[in-house]
Design a protein. Sequence first.
Length: 273
Amino acid sequence: MRFKDKVALITGGNYGIGRGIALQMVREGANVAIVARNEQRGAQVVAEISESGGNGEFFKAELSSEETVIGMIDAVIEHFGRLDIVVNNAGCGSQNCGIEAADPPGPRWANFRGANLDSTYFVSAHSLPHLAKCEDSSIVNISSTATFHGNWGLYGVAKSGVEALTRSFAAEAAPLGIRVNCISPGWIGTGEDADSAAAGTEDGEWSLPPSLLNRMGTPEEIATTVAFLASKEASFITGQTIVVDGGLTIIDYPSIPTLDKVGHRLYSHSPKK
Ligand SMILES: NC(=O)c1ccc[n+]([C@@H]2O[C@H](COP(=O)([O-])OP(=O)(O)OC[C@H]3O[C@@H](n4cnc5c(N)ncnc54)[C@H](OP(=O)(O)O)[C@@H]3O)[C@@H](O)[C@H]2O)c1
């Protein structure tokens, strides 16, 4: 119960990784504000939280709009009376794709920047005065290992901005006693297929393993890292990005077949040709 009586705001908490984070924070005693656009999914997670004996409320907001974010934070404060933890998890991504008339550069950049970077900036900036009133308050952002890889287009660019913003806000918020950190997830299984996707590559779904551990990660594995960073146990950590990717980014993938020679399970568990 590390977060008993605290209030945590989770953007994108109505689905996927964000839902996992919201449920983890509730398990550890937090009251949770879930912020996203889809009300039906929001209501489902709030019902799950209530059934587990927790306290959650859904706040509808398009997070790329500063005006909407200001109204949403006012509503959260009016409802819960305080704000201790902010998790900027909302986002959207896709790999590189060619410029088309239906998807021109300006709107495309506005889309990825808005959902990933503007949302993180607006929510963090307008939360600071409220976080500053609480002890041990902190912000946890969610970026992506797409920041390392050129094939993730503007998603990787926007998420790189999230990591830079983490350092920038950590410096700005330190005098207020607020820590700011970031998690960079690799492939995480979400939605209805999460269990099968997390089970690994034996079914041939992946042509190469999605991590060094031969499986996708789970929302819970991101959620427990969020909880650690938001807790007192991380009291001397700020401005950092922790990669949670099962070792994906430390592997030189073109060399994987050579691992077979030494019987490494990463290759031997890969789908048979
Ligand atoms: N899954 C992965 O493998 C993976 C890997 C690396 C990083 N990530 C990052 O982890 C985070 C969660 O990923 P996920 O896989 O759980 O994604 P997801 O299932 O697509 O969920 C995205 C969440 O963000 C919300 N959202 C998106 N745009 C929004 C906007 N403009 N305003 C308000 N809410 C918005 C969505 O809710 P509404 O649609 O209801 O608004 C939804 O709750 C994202 O930031 C993603 O980039 C995911």
